[in-house]
Design a protein around this ligand. Structure first.
Ligand code: KIV
Length: 297
């Protein structure tokens, strides 16, 4: 799988906003998902701390560590996806001091090779956002339902429904833009509010459960492809049902192994290649053990 268009940088965010072209962002957490997202033509990858739930099996995103994020970001970057890679700063990595925050973000840039970081929160994050921007680390903001605040918010619920709450989120969006964020994720806010924020900012808004008026959208890889059905929020649209297909594939494999139908001669090796041609039958794909002789027959 290879992306055919020319590589994109973070500049795509500003460019698309100026040209009124919607941005499509998808999360990815490893080499394979990064290749799929980039080959599908997405504009950027978010290595979200949602990996805590859909990959690591935690109840929420709070236990995700810097080491978890580094591990998964490195795998995503190794895919050379040709689109910007943005990494979530996990809970606890930006709550101590601006200095500590910049140190953590620098690790994601220097050790993992990501292009930007995302920080959840509004007014209370201004100091650290400014420190990150000063350190030349591009920052994506995140307002509305910020899952790392699950305890403080008392659960996952739509934010900004009252006039007062909507005004606060609008205000904070402007503050984040002024602090230097290149884009802001708006999660689970009423469509009218998201549209008003999007119209009032010169940087793009990326919505998730924030309606069609945002400048772009983001979805979690496992949710949109039907690979994770423990939670199914209203904002998720399933664009494929890979979970079901994968279960069927595993069931067919189990059956064939039990029946002795797999592996057949087609998937087995002889002691010696049968003809000189066989030597050139090398798998040039990128799968597991790529390069092993096809060696049929
Ligand atoms: O962690 C994540 O995947 C996110 C997106 C849902 C915006 O923050």
């Amino acid at each position: 799988m290879q992306r055919s268009d020319k590589p994109l940088t973070l500049r795509v965010f500003g460019r698309n906003k100026r040209h009124g072209k919607k941005l499509a962002v998808v999360t990815a957490y490893d080499l394979t998902s990064a290749l799929i997202v980039s080959s599908g033509g997405a504009d950027a990858i978010l290595v979200g701390d949602s990996l805590g739930m859909v990959v690591l099996g935690h109840e929420n995103t709070l236990p995700v560590t810097m080491e978890d994020m580094l591990h998964h970001c490195k795998a995503v970057v190794r895919a050379k996806p040709d689109i910007p890679v943005i990494a979530d700063l996990p809970y606890g990595s930006f709550h101590i001091s601006a200095e500590d925050t910049v140190g953590n973000a620098l690790r994601l840039v220097k050790e993992a090779g990501v292009n930007a970081v995302k920080v959840e929160g509004g007014r209370q994050r201004l100091e650290i956002i400014e420190a990150l921007v000063k350190a030349e680390i591009p920052v994506m903001g995140h307002l509305g339902l910020t899952p790392q605040s699950v305890n403080a918010l008392g659960g996952y619920r739509v934010q900004g429904r009252s006039k007062k709450a909507a005004a606060r989120i609008m205000d904070e969006a402007k503050l984040l833009a002024d602090a230097g964020c290149f884009a802001i994720v708006l999660e689970c806010v009423p469509s009218e509010l998201a549209s008003a924020i999007s119209e009032s900012l010169s940087i793009p808004t990326i919505g998730i459960g924030a309606g069609p008026g945002c400048d772009g959208q983001v979805l979690v890889f496992h949710d949109m492809l039907g690979l994770f059905d423990k939670l199914s929020p209203k904002f998720v649209k399933q664009f494929a049902n890979l979970g079901e297909q994968a279960c069927q594939g595993i069931a067919r494999y189990v059956e064939e192994v039990r029946q002795g139908d797999f592996p057949s001669a087609e998937h087995s090796y002889d002691a010696e290649p049968q003809s000189p041609d066989r030597k050139s039958e090398i798998d040039s794909g990128s799968g597991y053990l790529a390069g092993v002789e096809n060696g049929k027959g």
